[in-house]
Design a protein around this ligand. Sequence first.
Ligand code: HEC
Ligand code: HEC
Length: 130
Amino acid sequence: MKKSLMIGLMVAALVCAFALPSVIAGNAPAADMVLKAPDGKMKKTPVPFPHKKHEGLADCLVCHHKAADKNAIKGCASEGCHTDNSKAAKREATGFYQAWHNKKVKNSCMGCHKAEKKGPKGCKCHPKKK
Ligand code: HEC
Ligand code: HEC
């Protein structure tokens, strides 16, 4: 085998070994998350969210309802989504608050827990302040 081909193959193997897992992991959600307001302003404490556990409870795109597919998932407070954390937008479907608290839709935390009669209700998702 030519020396240049050998080196080329070795470089390719190295790229695969190191770059590929990070590409795959790049879109892999963390098993456990802590949800906070994008501007850091919230009256209650940040909410622990066992993401992994929920993956078996609903299809990805039930919660990530604006994503075209599983590989195009972005955070809930992404541009054009639930960005507005102001008091005025608290009751708007596009408000940050409603993403988690809207009781009328099954893709919000409270809406699904209410519909399924499972999971924490009320303010229990927010741990007590220490
Ligand atoms: C029960 C609802 C729910 C289900 C089902 C769900 N997710 Fe999520 N996922 C969330 C929430 C909530 C977040 C946190 C979003 C945030 O911080 O704005 C999140 C975050 C993510 C993120 C990180 C997004 C970012 O850029 O911040 C990815 C990637 C993701 N989920 C992929 C998936 C995939 C893939 C599936 C299916 C196997 C899935 N999710 C199923 C609710 C869900
Ligand atoms: C599509 C439905 C659905 C949505 C949306 C959903 N959940 Fe749940 N969640 C469930 C179900 C069902 C359970 C009960 C699981 C069980 O008992 O095994 C649950 C359980 C939980 C639990 C308890 C886990 C445990 O270990 O006992 C927490 C905490 C939780 N959810 C937080 C959240 C938060 C925060 C959100 C919003 C970001 C959310 N959930 C959105 C369906 C949902």
